[in-house]
Design a protein around this ligand. Structure first.
Ligand SMILES: [Zn+2]
Length: 275
């Protein structure tokens, strides 16, 4: 999603490679790089990879955060009017992603990101809700997220944001509390602080985990896990042998855990589609 997070693209390519070797139990579509031009920009500014300069995170100084360009909650993507929840034109790459989701109706989305601080790394879930944002219950998806985090840690990876040894959580650090089933679920509409509210809007996590019901589409809430890989550097971006070893260990741990999840159908049973 964010071109600056080059490690997450490397992770996606590893998943492509390994899922070709070990057939997953499900049909899997992998988009290794949603905003390839942004990733190229990050790659070209090689001394800034992983820094707060964030080269490649945004397409330009006037476009919204790529992860804040989704339609309003409960509303379908409309190709004839490709506007996000704040009436901005959705970038082409996201219109393709939205059409893919609406066409294939995945049971599970795993959104790959990277975080500068490993304290926030791990696997997080957005609480599913109906098209009116009424919570549907979080237990199943939070268990899935923390199970994946546990697999990562068992493989030697860091998933500190899940606090598995203190108070396990699948809620991302800035997200509002989880509403009990049957109550209104609040969402975080404010991401990074940027000019012209470019960091604000509906994220993929909020949009996908909310059911859609309008004249264009009708779908259930989708289980979505957001993976935050520790650090944005790829193995080849490491400056020292030790750093190279550390990134390699994280890459192997995250890849193996996701492949393990995709090979275990019982870990995410196929939900019935209503209507
Ligand atoms: Zn990101």
């Amino acid at each position: 999603v964010h071109g600056s997070e080059l490690s997450s693209i490397e992770l996606a390519y590893e998943l492509v490679k390994q899922s070709e070797q070990k057939t997953p139990a499900h049909n899997v579509i992998i988009i290794p790089s949603l905003f390839p031009d942004n990733a190229f920009a990050a790659n070209d500014d090689s001394t800034s990879i992983g820094s707060t300069k964030n080269t490649g995170r945004y397409t330009s100084d006037i476009t919204a955060d790529p992860n804040r360009q989704m339609p309003s909650l409960g509303k379908a993507f409309d190709i004839r009017q490709p506007l996000d929840s704040m009436e901005r034109v959705i970038e082409l790459e996201n219109t393709l992603l939205l059409q893919l989701v609406q066409t294939f109706r995945p049971n599970l989305i795993i959104s790959l990101h990277a975080t500068r601080s490993s304290a926030y790394s791990g696997v997080f879930a957005d609480p599913r809700a109906d098209h009116n944002s009424i919570a549907l219950g979080f237990e199943e998806d939070s268990t899935l997220a923390t199970s994946l985090a546990a697999l990562i840690e068992r493989n030697g990876g860091i998933a500190d944001g899940n606090h598995l040894f203190a108070k396990p959580t699948a809620v991302y650090v800035n997200d509002p509390p989880i509403a009990p089933k049957g109550f209104l679920q609040q969402r975080n509409f404010k991401g990074s602080v940027l000019n012209n509210k470019r960091g604000e809007g509906v994220s993929l996590g909020s949009w996908a985990s909310t059911a859609v019901c309008d004249s264009i589409d009708n779908r259930d809430a989708i289980t979505i896990l957001t993976v935050e890989f520790p650090g944005s550097k790829r193995v080849k971006d490491a400056k020292t042998i030790l750093e190279k070893k550390n990134i390699s260990v994280q890459l192997a741990a995250y890849t193996k855990a996701i492949i393990q999840l995709l090979r275990k159908p019982e870990l995410f049973p196929i939900k019935k589609i209503d209507g």
